[in-house]
Design a protein around this ligand. Structure first.
Ligand SMILES: [Zn+2]
Length: 387
């Protein structure tokens, strides 16, 4: 069964060989989908015949967002912590322990309902691929449980046993790293594609450079790809460690020295910026312009989590990136789609080209520019193609 999606006023392909500019823009475009895969893209006037036709009425269509950084397996609510922060309290990562306690106490059903609800909420806002981390269990059993649940909704599962040092290991973080790199990793690796660590010597709750290296090297030895929570609160060693170990992504990148930018520019590690965190913690934004001008590949993601940033909206992150980080609308849209895919080392999503997955998002507007131009307006959603 072939389906023609027609009446696309503006199509973002993210392939410069198919259309104009880095977004590969086409006007009055169409595409053909067979069995969930794009098989043809081009001007509607040249479209081949198909079994069925779906018209989108001149709207803009883009690849579904690829949200490459999210923490969706959790219980509880930290709205009070947010209110305190907005009243002047400082964010240091310590509130994660609150979510750990609630998550451990929750049933599988409660965690599953919350997780599925958030994935559906994302899809309604145009996100069609999401990475989901563990990291609120922090025991062998609870980390395995988190990853099993995450694997029900995505292939992009990330073992984040090294999220924070749990309360029962306070003052004994090296012992906790032994657990993470030993029995916990062994039990979790079969359920994970990636390993991640919160490398932040500036936080009493997170992990220093040596500990982060131990976690990442163990993850790599277990066959996992690598990602790093790096340089969020201080210009620590996380970014350079990520590049040295060829991590797919260094995430946050809020505080960077010249050596960090040089390292990113010289490697294949994507800089994934999470401006919703800076918004929600009232912190200075990363310098996206400096990274882009240095030739670094930049992705945007939500970091959706109950503490430092509880948005699921990639469009909101695009608006922040444009308004607060001086990315152009085109750069921000690329970063939220093809950039996220690159951060997950995927070529089948984030682009609308023959052979890619038919993960389409449609904007109730004539152009991708409206995602930043009309902040907070629910214009974009995943396009549901009938089975
Ligand atoms: Zn995170």
């Amino acid at each position: 069964m072939s389906r023609l999606v027609a009446g696309i006023g503006e199509l973002v392909t993210n392939d410069a060989s198919l259309g104009d500019g880095p977004l590969g823009l086409l006007s009055d475009a169409a595409l053909v989908v067979v069995d969930g895969t794009v098989v043809w893209v081009g001007p509607e006037a040249a479209a081949p015949d198909a079994d069925t036709r779906i018209a989108v009425g001149g709207r803009a269509v883009l690849p579904g967002f690829v949200d490459s950084h999210a923490h969706l397996v959790f219980a509880g609510d930290r709205a009070g912590e947010f209110e305190a922060r907005m009243s002047g309290a400082r964010y240091d990562g310590g509130g994660i322990g609150t979510t750990v306690a609630a998550t451990r106490a929750a049933s599988d059903g409660e965690l599953r309902d919350r997780l599925r609800g958030l994935v559906a909420e994302m899809r309604r806002q145009g996100t069609t691929t999401v990475e989901v981390k563990s990291g609120y269990g922090l025991t062998v059993e609870d980390e395995v449980r988190s990853l099993r649940l995450a694997a029900e909704v995505t292939a992009e599962t990330t073992f984040l046993g090294a999220h924070v040092v749990p309360a029962e290991y306070r003052g004994r973080s090296d012992k906790y790293v032994d657990l993470v790199t030993g029995p916990m990793l062994a039990a979790c690796a079969p359920h994970a594609r990636w390993a991640d660590v919160f490398c932040e010597p500036g936080s009493a709750h997170a992990f220093d450079g040596d500990q982060a290296r131990a976690v990442l090297e163990a993850g790599r030895a277990a066959g996992l790809g690598l990602r790093v929570h790096a340089n969020q609160l201080t210009a620590g060693p996380g970014v350079r460690l990520a590049v040295e170990l060829d991590a797919a992504s260094a995430d946050h990148c809020t505080h960077l020295g010249a050596a960090d930018v040089d390292a990113l520019a010289g490697g294949t590690t994507v800089a994934t910026l999470l401006p919703g965190v800076e918004f929600s913690t009232r912190s200075p934004y990363p310098d996206a312009r400096r990274l882009l001008d240095a030739g670094v590949t930049v992705a945007l993601a939500t970091d959706c989590n109950p503490g430092s940033c509880f948005t699921s909206s990639m469009a909101f992150c695009i608006a922040l990136a444009v308004r607060e980080m001086r990315m152009t609308p085109a750069e921000a849209v690329w970063a939220a789609t093809a950039g996220g895919a690159t951060a997950l080392r995927r070529t089948d999503v984030g682009r609308l080209v023959p052979g890619a997955r038919a993960d389409l998002a449609v904007i109730d507007a004539p152009s991708y520019r409206h995602l930043a131009y009309r902040p907070g307006v629910p214009l974009v959603r995943a396009l549901e193609l009938p089975a």
